[in-house]
Ligand binder design. Structure first.
Ligand code: MLC
Ligand code: AMP
Length: 495
């Protein structure tokens, strides 16, 4: 029987601990057993799920990966969804992907079961799926679709990025080699598990390597500082917002606490930042506090990681480094010509085995996303003294806040449902903690009034918390150009 390499590799370190927590630990053998049981429960009478979409609503940890592997071993496509999304957001993702099964923990199953009933989706509760005897599982070839992650772009609604098992393997192998992962590594996992940073860079690379993961249901600053101080880890991967929060915590600590925390961080073999721009000032402050030189890298849901500062060698603040193993990168100038050398900006385009297959059910945008086989990222960069530096994005409608990619258009569409809002425009404005904060400009209905607190309260029913505007200005009219289009660059000057 041919097995997925990630699963086959687990057999070679089956007695090692894969997940460790205060309450209990799970070995790689536990993962193999539990994922086999879940695969059997998922299959029911079938021999192969044949790439059916299976939504995953499970917090980071052993049960998450057991379910992810279970879905893969049964021949399904795993589609992790945001734990804190609103029912409307869940409904959109489940309907768009025509998911037929939802795997959830008992607590989350309670929240999603009315929706599952309404959509006629089967709900499998992880805690109750322990009785099936593992049966013969299908052979899964690398070119089969493995995962769908929903990501916002310049479309008003998020779209599903399909990656194959071969894509995922290429993404993992590139990082394992570049950052020298080994079975001796130990890493905390506190990032959301519906995005590649947590799924690939942390969890999958660790499990490919036979390393150990300590999972947290959310970013728990105090607990993580305790564990770093106790030398629990060798590696640490986070978004820039987390480094800003860590700097604040270290600076606020008493001299004794600070010495313990700082020496814990100093002993890690590698600390990585990515998913959004790491300001050079944050990079430098962290080095001054801990002696650690953060390794900044650049990636995207559609391509995995593409560019990285080196594990050995200069880690340059403000730059993302060079292409990772197996990844080809080029810059395309506005004229359409490929940038021949240094100091001329262009759009980052990426080619390689880690690049996704297509957007789910969106043939009209999947084709346009590529230029002659190169994926167009929409990010602008320049090559300077051998290293790429990210300069910004082509679209003003994409916001990166706390490492989450948000669509301004999706937020605008939601705000337009508000009874007091007649017109609105959403942008990202610079923010020292979040990178960018969501800012809304609204023109109100005749005689209406609206303040930020009231708007935010209303939004809780309609948008995940990180999409809710942090700033609001009320205008008589939105700034428009001669064609009548809202000019977001002018809007930015008003906040
Ligand atoms: C939360 N808050 C925000 C916010 N998010 N305020 C402004 N902007 C945001 N984006 C508010 C909350 O509403 C709350 O307010 C308060 O901040 C604390 O919220 P929290 O959720 O408890 O904060 P925290 O746990 O500290 O979360 C911060 C975080 C989280 C950085 C841990 O945002 C996160 O996990 N981000 C990572 C996202 C990620 O993994 N992206 C990778 C995408 S893949 P109040 O008023 O209630 O106190 C990708 C590719 C690649 O990008 O290259 O990796
Ligand atoms: P996502 O679509 O959520 O996977 O986010 C990918 C986007 O995050 C990229 O297109 C970039 O805009 C941004 N990004 C990731 N890493 C970096 C980085 N190191 N510096 C700047 N932007 C980054």
């Amino acid at each position: 029987m041919t097995e997925l390499p990630l699963i086959a590799r687990a057999r070679s370190h089956c007695s090692s601990i894969a997940f460790q927590s205060k309450a209990r630990s799970h070995t790689y053998q536990d993962l193999l057993d539990r994922s086999g049981t879940l695969a059997t429960a998922l299959l029911d009478d079938l021999d192969d799920l044949q790439e059916a979409r299976v939504a995953l609503l499970v917090p980071a940890g052993f049960e998450y990966v057991a379910a992810q592997w279970g879905i893969w071993r049964a021949g399904g496509i795993t589609m992790p969804i945001c734990l804190s999304a609103t029912e409307g957001e869940w409904e959109y993702t489940l309907t768009d992907s025509s998911s037929v099964i939802v795997v959830a923990t008992a607590a989350l199953a309670e929240k999603i079961s009315p929706l599952c009933r309404r959509l006629h989706a089967r709900l499998l509760v992880t805690d109750q799926a322990g009785i099936a005897t593992a049966k013969f599982l299908p052979t899964i070839t690398p070119e089969r679709s493995a995962m769908i992650l929903y990501t916002s772009g310049t479309t008003s609604k998020p779209k599903g990025v399909i990656t194959t098992h071969a894509n995922i393997q290429a993404q993992i192998e590139s990082l394992v080699s570049a950052w020298e992962w080994s079975a001796a590594d130990r890493i905390p996992l506190f990032l959301p598990m519906h995005h590649i940073h947590g799924i690939i860079n942390v969890a999958s690379c660790a499990l490919w390597s036979g390393a150990r993961i300590e999972a947290f249901e959310r970013f728990d600053l105090a607990a993580i500082l305790d564990r770093v101080s106790a030398d629990a880890y060798t590696l640490f991967m986070a978004v820039p917002t987390i480094y800003v929060k860590l700097i604040q915590a270290v600076e606020a600590a008493s001299p004794e606490e600070r010495a313990v925390i700082v020496s814990g961080f100093a002993r890690l073999r590698l600390m990585v930042s990515g998913s959004a721009a790491l300001p050079a000032s944050v990079h430098e402050r962290w080095t001054a506090l801990t002696g650690q030189k953060l390794l900044e890298r650049y990636g995207m849901t559609e391509i995995g990681m593409a560019i990285s500062n080196p594990y050995h060698g200069e880690r340059r603040p403000g730059a993302v480094g060079k292409p990772l193993p197996g990844v080809e990168v080029r810059l395309q100038a506005e004229s359409g010509a490929v940038v021949p050398g240094e100091d001329e900006p262009g759009e980052i385009q990426v080619r390689g085995p880690g690049v996704f297959r297509a957007y789910w059910n969106r043939p009209e945008i999947s084709g346009g996303a590529f230029d002659d086989g190169w994926f167009r990222t929409g990010d602008i960069a320049v090559l300077e003294a051998g290293y790429y530096r990210i300069m910004g994005r082509l679209s003003v409608d994409i916001i990166k806040s706390g490492g989450y990619k948000l669509s301004a258009l999706e937020i605008e569409a939601a705000l337009l449902e508000h009874p007091q809002i007649h017109e609105c425009a959403v942008i990202g404005v610079p923010d020292a903690t979040w990178g960018e904060a969501v800012a809304a400009a609204a023109v109100l209905a005749e005689g209406a009034t609206l303040d930020l607190a009231t708007l935010r309260d209303w939004c809780r029913e309609h948008l995940s918390y990180y999409k809710i505007p942090q700033r609001l200005i009320v205008l008589k009219e939105l700034p428009r150009n001669a064609m009548g289009k809202v000019t977001k660059t002018v809007l930015r000057t008003l906040f």
